[in-house]
Design a protein around this ligand. Structure first.
Ligand SMILES: Cc1cc2nc3c(=O)[nH]c(=O)nc-3n(C[C@H](O)[C@H](O)[C@H](O)COP(=O)(O)OP(=O)(O)OC[C@H]3O[C@@H](n4cnc5c(N)ncnc54)[C@H](O)[C@@H]3O)c2cc1C
Length: 682
């Protein structure tokens, strides 16, 4: 059996075929031809070290592909894993929804090949690793380019290739095309030389529909802490001048990969147009906000490969079949998983049914049809996704609905979060996702937790004069499980201050926001809590100011003077752990004895999570009139106003601290690092 192309589809095919054959007690000879291997023909050399070049991919290893690798007993070496992804953030129209990678799921980033060439560890690559695994399973790997295919008189395919300058031929019982669609990145279907070769064996073959993408690697200054380490960002909109729709930023060790898809990329034919798009993208305000300060970004390489968005025609014939990108992939996600699945289906068919055309059609074609069918749902899912995330109003509804759901349901029951996770990570079939999306309960949760809550909150924002222009919204509401965990942590600090524990309060709220800045800066900004010229927390009708003591020092007293004097109160800073914690106690007023805690944690260098915890008991009126009045207050207290004000204030605080930190300068060096050696020109 011969496989043309030693990318994931070819390697997975060989591994799965040989494993299954061994189970069935059958002996097979499998040859894989891969043109990107240099001096690979000795069994002594390690294939990852011979892999030279790039397979034009962001290198996201999805949770389902990780499942597939585990089932095959393949465990990616630590060196191949560039980053273990902990969260994905979907950036809609000024709304940001961050989703933690669920417990039990794994997502990685890898480099597929040896590029960009300035990498210190080019031998740590996914494609080389997989091919090595295929060789260890029994496949023979040949570093050569296949130049043509014909048929012998008995109909068997003959593969013609060049090795060491000489032409050679090999006859096969089965020929598998796994050569991908980027023989030369950016070539149209008509120009692709592989199409001509495939048609020698499959006369009616048509490539799947393709869409151009723009991919570029940025190198970070080695002295800087990793940029967006462990986080993937999906950016769903650009600007009027830069219509992009499904972009991703994928972290690597010392590098960051950006993939752009959209109308502006579709029409960018010239290298200069692609460069303009890259520049415009990095200048988008929501992208700039992600860039750490003093950043030196160097363009390491760039190209415009093809992405598969359809399926091939006539991909099966007598003793010939096509796998991976050449036949079909899941729309916009998980091409590597598609390669594994098409390869698995073909391997099973070959062994269980045969290699004649009828057997291949019977066993393998249904898998291609399943992809086609699922991709129809995918088109609907992405259409809805795009419409929602590119609309200011709709994305606000969804953002709000996600916050409401997080606050009210445990992780296993959060359907909206699960839908967004599956769309972003590819962790589910699109048909399934679509069917859940249109369930009445989901629509209702968007209406009740999104539309109605947004209208109510909007009224509160108007009333308290909270403006969002130029400010990104981030989800600050805390999920139920986190609230439980943090309660236990805060109980410790409250006990240290001789205050009652969290369970003894009638009103309790907690908010968290991630800020890309060293925590000393955030702590200093929090100290400005009572200063008249602070950059956050300016709700109309409430005057907040420091009336005694020094910022961030024990004894600091902050007064909240509210239009209705009965609601005014003072906070006394009782306990401070510098750059980590500030515990204020409510001294008087209706929430007397209550607590306000600011806490800072550093999940990674130069990033901190700011949590705010507020808890108090309502006054008890002692007279015949005040008693019922406070009872009513306790039950009708508009807690959402508190949420709205703190959500706005935290986003303001984040914006201010990050902007100040970032103003220390970002520098993007457009000149590609040793361009001739490393880059495929756009
Ligand atoms: C911009 C972009 C970003 C992407 N990001 C992701 C992602 O993050 N995660 C994900 O899962 N998928 C992603 N994909 C999709 C993924 O890259 C593909 O689905 C996957 O590479 C398909 O694997 P394949 O083996 O079919 O083809 P390929 O990976 O293209 O491999 C084909 C192999 O065949 C070899 N070959 C070609 N012609 C010959 C010849 N004549 N002789 C010998 N060898 C030959 C090539 O050298 C190559 O190694 C992305 C795609 C694009 C365009």
């Amino acid at each position: 059996m011969v496989v043309i192309g030693g990318g994931p589809a070819g390697a997975f095919f060989a591994i799965q075929l040989l494993r299954l054959a061994a189970k069935l007690g059958r002996q097979l000879k499998v040859l894989i031809f891969e043109r990107r291997l240099q001096s690979a023909n000795s069994k002594e050399v390690s294939l990852p070290e011979c892999w030279k070049g790039c397979n034009h991919c962001a290198g996201g290893i999805s949770p389902r592909l990780n499942d597939g690798l585990r089932e095959l007993g393949l465990s990616l070496p630590e060196g191949v894993i560039q980053s273990r992804i902990r969260s994905v953030t979907i950036q809609g129209y000024w709304k940001n929804i961050t989703l933690e990678v669920p417990v039990g799921r794994e997502m990685f980033s890898v480099y597929r090949g040896s590029r960009p060439s300035r990498r210190p560890d080019p031998e740590q690559n996914f494609d080389g690793y997989l091919l090595q695994a295929a060789r260890q399973t029994g496949a023979e790997v040949i570093g050569a380019e296949v130049s043509n295919v014909t048929r012998a008189s008995d109909g068997k395919p003959i593969i013609i290739y060049r090795q060491a300058g000489l032409e050679a031929r090999v006859e096969a019982d089965l020929l598998v095309f796994a050569a991908g669609v980027n023989g030369k990145p950016g070539l149209s279907a008509l120009e692709n030389p592989m199409v001509r070769i495939i048609r020698q064996a499959l006369p009616g073959f048509e490539l799947p529909r393709l869409r151009r993408a723009l991919i570029f690697e940025m190198e970070l200054d080695a002295r800087q802490s990793p940029w967006l380490d462990e986080e993937i960002h999906f950016v769903e909109y650009g600007s009027k001048a830069l219509p992009v729709e499904m972009c991703s930023l994928v972290p690597k060790r010392g590098f960051l990969t950006a993939v752009l898809v959209g109308r502006s990329v579709d029409t960018a034919k010239e290298p200069e147009a692609a460069r303009r798009i890259m520049r415009q993208f990095l200048e988008l305000p929501h992208i700039r906000k992600l860039v750490p300060p003093r950043t030196q970004l160097r363009l390491a390489c760039t190209c415009s490969p093809n992405m598969v968005i359809g399926s091939a025609r006539q991909a099966i014939g007598s003793r010939v079949a096509v796998v991976g990108d050449l036949v079909v992939t899941r729309l916009y996600k998980d091409g590597l998983l598609s390669a594994q699945q098409t390869a698995a289906a073909l391997a099973a068919t070959v062994l269980e049914q045969g290699v004649d055309e009828a057997s291949l059609r019977r066993g393998y074609a249904p898998m291609i049809d399943r992809f086609r069918r699922d991709n129809r749902y995918a088109a609907l899912v992405f259409l809805i996704h795009r419409v929602v995330f590119s609309s200011s109003v709709l994305s606000r509804f969804l953002y709000q609905a996600v916050i409401s759901e997080r606050k009210n349901a445990v992780a296993s029951r959060r359907t909206l979060e699960s839908i967004l996770w599956k769309v972003a990570s590819g962790d589910g079939r699109y048909e399934q996702v679509f069917r859940v999306m249109v369930q009445p309960s989901v629509l209702w949760s968007i209406i009740s937790g999104g539309v109605l809550v947004t209208l109510r909150n909007y009224a509160a924002e108007l009333m308290f004069g909270l403006r969002w222009r130029g400010l990104g919204r981030f989800t600050t509401g805390v999920a139920l499980e986190r609230l439980e965990a943090k309660r236990a942590a805060f109980a410790h600090w409250l006990a240290a201050c001789r205050m009652p524990g969290p369970s003894s309060y009638e009103f309790e709220r907690m908010y968290t926001i991630r800020i890309r800045s060293p925590r000393a800066r955030v702590f200093a900004a929090l100290g400005r809590f009572g200063e008249p010229d602070r950059e956050y927390l300016h709700p109309r009708w409430v005057r907040i100011r420091r009336v005694a003591g020094e910022p961030n020092a024990g004894g600091c007293t902050i007064e909240y003077r509210v239009v209705l004097p009965r609601f005014s109160f003072r906070l006394l800073l009782e306990h401070v752990v510098v750059n980590q914690l500030a515990v204020y106690r409510v001294q008087n007023g209706f929430a007397r004895g209550g607590v306000l805690i600011f806490e800072l944690e550093t999940p990674k260098p130069d990033v901190c999570d700011l949590s705010i915890y507020v808890a108090f008991n309502f006054s008890r009126g002692r007279k015949w009139l005040t008693g019922p009045a406070w009872w009513l207050m306790r039950h009708a207290f508009p807690a959402f106003v508190h949420d709205v004000i703190w959500n706005h204030s935290l986003c303001q605080l984040k914006d201010f601290v990050e902007a100040r930190y970032q103003n220390e300068g970002v520098h993007f060096q457009e000149q590609e690092a040793s361009a001739s050696a490393t880059s495929v020109p756009v």
